[in-house]
Write a protein that binds this ligand. Structure first.
Ligand SMILES: Cc1cc2nc3c(=O)[nH]c(=O)nc-3n(C[C@H](O)[C@H](O)[C@H](O)COP(=O)(O)O)c2cc1C
Length: 431
């Protein structure tokens, strides 16, 4: 009964006045309740609280049939509900760009499926009514351990692109990483986020361009430069190559004219001489490049794409401040190694000396908890917020973040953790 009461209280707490009146009328007309019962129940329901209860907001969303593609963010029950809506909203080629992994997309699938092999150990009889999900990482404090991974070319998903994402991140205080090949400049994104964002660097093969990108990002206040190191070998994005076959538009209208054109039309390359840039990805980077970069980065230097203990240990010898365990969302190589499975060896190798973040396949609040329990300091998501962006713009991104955060808070309470530091390896089990 008290569960029901909490649920109903939450319903009322989240309702506008007309809804509340209608709901009380509904209760009054219910054959299951006497009038004395109604007034007791309504008194209990309106007596504050409700934050712990399941939200019934979705019941007020416009109705659609089971199996229908959602047509408003409020209808979503989980973040996966946004993917078909994004597919419906996007031209096939752009959806292919977002959806693609490499080769047979098996690593992309493995990233998420690996979570189902990790179970959660729940604890009882702990007062979890008040919880704090904030984190401080590399000197920055965020309200949530869920951060937004760098995703390039978000103009392909919505004209407001990274600006809409930054405004959504601001609403609930999430950290955000902007890609070098984003559709929006770091100055505009910083303004929309209302706080500095981390800057993900594809350094190019021209050091002058590298230096200029770092300087510009730092001038905009970026506290961290995130060097992505997992795209050096080339890749075969089959899904991206296949889906444009269903697209009736002429891709060359927007994507014409060689590599320099691809780079120079991105705002982070405005006013830069990119005539000597031959490659954004396969630049022959080595640890010496990391040393060289370390010398010019004034703030924190993060490596994104580390998945082994060997590379994690080596990072410590080169002044790296944090790592992101990542396989680019299954877009780098078909390793079949899920990032959540690679996380423990990286965490062990750095031995608490620097924070370790992770991304790849995080779709549920329980996935976030598992990542933190296995030693991550924060978790990044990529595709889910882009599904929200593609389907509904800023409100879609907000909804994705809200759902994942709500799920995360629920499972945090169920394991008896009232703050992030109370999430430990004792909360999960395998085998
Ligand atoms: C369409 C797309 C573009 C991406 N662009 C970049 C990028 O420019 N730089 C980068 O470091 N990672 C990029 N990533 C990888 C993400 O940062 C992140 O590692 C990945 O999306 C996490 O996996 P998830 O999508 O399963 O959450 C991209 C991912 C996608 C789906």
């Amino acid at each position: 009964m008290s569960d029901d009461r909490d649920d109903l209280r939450s319903h009322l707490a989240g309702s506008g006045a007309p809804d509340r009146r209608a709901f009380i009328q509904f209760l009054a007309s219910s054959p299951l309740l006497t009038s004395a019962g109604v007034s007791t129940l309504v008194g209990a329901l309106t007596a504050g609280g409700g934050a712990l209860a399941q939200s019934y907001d979705v019941l007020r969303a416009p109705a659609s049939k089971v199996g229908d593609v959602i047509d408003s963010p409020e209808q979503a029950l989980n973040v996966m509900d946004f993917e078909p809506a994004a597919k419906k909203a996007l031209p096939p080629a752009h959806y292919g760009y977002l959806a693609s992994g490499v080769d047979g997309d098996e690593t992309l699938r493995a990233n998420h499926e690996a979570f189902s092999k990790i179970r959660i150990r729940t604890r009882r009889l702990i007062d979890v009514r008040k919880i704090d999900t904030s984190i401080t990482i590399l000197g920055q404090t965020y309200n949530s351990p869920i951060m937004l991974a760098p995703v390039s070319s978000q103009g392909a998903f919505n004209p407001e692109a990274e600006g809409a994402v930054a405004r959504a991140a601001k609403v609930q205080g999430h950290g955000m990483i902007l890609s070098t090949v984003g559709s929006t400049s770091i100055e505009d994104v910083t303004k929309d986020r209302g706080a500095p964002v981390w800057y993900m660097l594809y350094p190019t093969d021209d050091w002058n361009v590298t230096e200029a990108l770092v300087k510009r990002a730092e001038a905009a206040g970026a506290p961290a430069i995130v060097l992505t190191v997992d795209r050096q070998g080339g890749r075969n994005t089959e899904t991206l190559f296949r889906l444009p076959r269903d697209d009736t538009r002429d891709c060359k209208m927007c994507h014409g004219g060689g590599f320099a054109n691809e780079v120079s039309r991105k705002p982070m390359f405005d006013d830069l001489d990119v005539s000597k840039v031959n490659n954004l990805y396969g630049t022959g980077m080595t640890w010496e490049f990391v040393d060289r970069l370390r010398k010019i980065v004034k703030g924190k230097l993060v490596l994104k794409g580390i998945v082994t203990h060997e590379d994690a240990k080596e990072s410590l010898n080169h002044g790296v401040d944090a790592l992101i365990v990542s396989n680019h969302g299954g877009r780098a190589e078909e390793s079949l190694e899920a990032t959540i499975d690679a996380l423990p060896e990286v965490v062990k190798a750095v031995d608490g000396k620097i924070p370790v973040l992770i991304d790849g396949g995080f779709r549920r609040g329980t996935d976030v908890l598992k990542g933190l329990a296995l030693g991550a300091s924060a978790v990044c998501i990529g595709r889910p917020y882009c599904w929200g962006l593609a389907a509904f713009g800023q409100p879609g991104v907000e909804a994705v973040l809200k759902i994942m955060q709500r799920e995360f808070e629920t499972i945090m309470r169920q394991v008896g953790a009232v703050k992030i530091s109370e999430i430990t390896s004792e909360d999960v089990t395998r085998g």
